[in-house]
Design a binder for this molecule. Structure first.
Ligand SMILES: C[S@@+](CC[C@H](N)C(=O)[O-])C[C@H]1O[C@@H](n2cnc3c(N)ncnc32)[C@H](O)[C@@H]1O
Length: 228
């Protein structure tokens, strides 16, 4: 006797249910993993009063920083929110190892017409600040008015940018602060996970402890940093 699968051309009786489940489990939005991270950590920040500023290294058009403020502001531990980017369509000055190790284009189409336009769009968000500059230039960071960083989100694709951002974040993170690295599993080489190697070297240099927090598919990982 023919069962349903021959009538419907479905290989498994419950293939439609599987399709529905796959759709339901799949990401609904390109920045979903970052939102999930903020939702995951907000209780820890609030309960333990982990106070400081949020810094996003590579904030593109500001969508994630906008959502971050929505989610984390209720914790009452956030000083300010900073987004750093070149905010331009100019080509980045990339090293040969950047070019060799990266599958991304050196250009990111900047959706606002100018830096002033993004600032204008966020003018009612008092705590959100944008800094225009190269992450590989130490002067860029001088514009940050922070006491300590409690949440650092590193999302800048290129190895050189990732390295200087990791160094700046660790130099300024508070005890029990969170670090999210979006490009953790992107630079895979014969020598291993390049970003992981950089991070562990910098943690060791400072005698900090790196506590694994969560992995966010497809290639992000987050940590808590213990300074003592
Ligand atoms: C993947 S996008 C960031 C996405 C953003 N965090 C979000 O969630 O919407 C990467 C950004 O990093 C910036 N970036 C990469 N290297 C940089 C550098 N050296 N200096 C400044 N910005 C840099 C690019 O301009 C680009 O906008």
């Amino acid at each position: 006797m023919l069962d349903n699968r021959y009538k419907t051309n479905l290989l498994y009786k419950d293939e439609e249910t599987l399709d529905d489940l796959i759709k339901k489990l799949d990401h609904q939005h390109p920045i979903q993993r970052k939102l999930q991270f903020f939702l995951d950590i907000r209780g820890i920040l609030k309960t333990n009063f982990i106070k400081g500023s949020y810094v996003e290294y590579g904030c593109f058009k500001g969508e994630t920083i906008f959502a971050c403020e929505k989610i984390l502001e209720e914790t009452m531990v956030m000083d300010n929110y900073y987004g750093i980017d070149l905010f331009s369509n100019e080509e980045l000055n990339l090293s040969s190892s950047d070019l060799e190790s990266n599958q991304f284009d050196s250009k990111h189409p900047f959706l606002f017409e100018s830096f002033d336009e993004i600032k204008e769009a966020f003018k009612n968000k008092n705590k959100i600040n944008f800094i225009k500059g190269d992450l590989n230039d130490k002067n860029t960071f001088k514009q940050l008015k922070i006491n300590e960083i409690n949440v650092a989100l590193i999302d800048c694709n290129f190895l050189s940018s990732l390295e200087s951002s990791i160094i700046h974040a660790l130099d300024n993170i508070c005890d029990f602060g969170f670090l999210f690295i979006d490009d953790y599993f992107t630079n895979l080489k014969k020598s291993g996970l390049v970003v992981d190697t950089i991070l562990r070297r910098e943690i060791k240099n400072r005698n900090y402890k790196l506590v694994d927090y969560k992995i966010y598919a497809p290639f992000a990982k987050s940590f808590m940093i213990l300074k003592k």
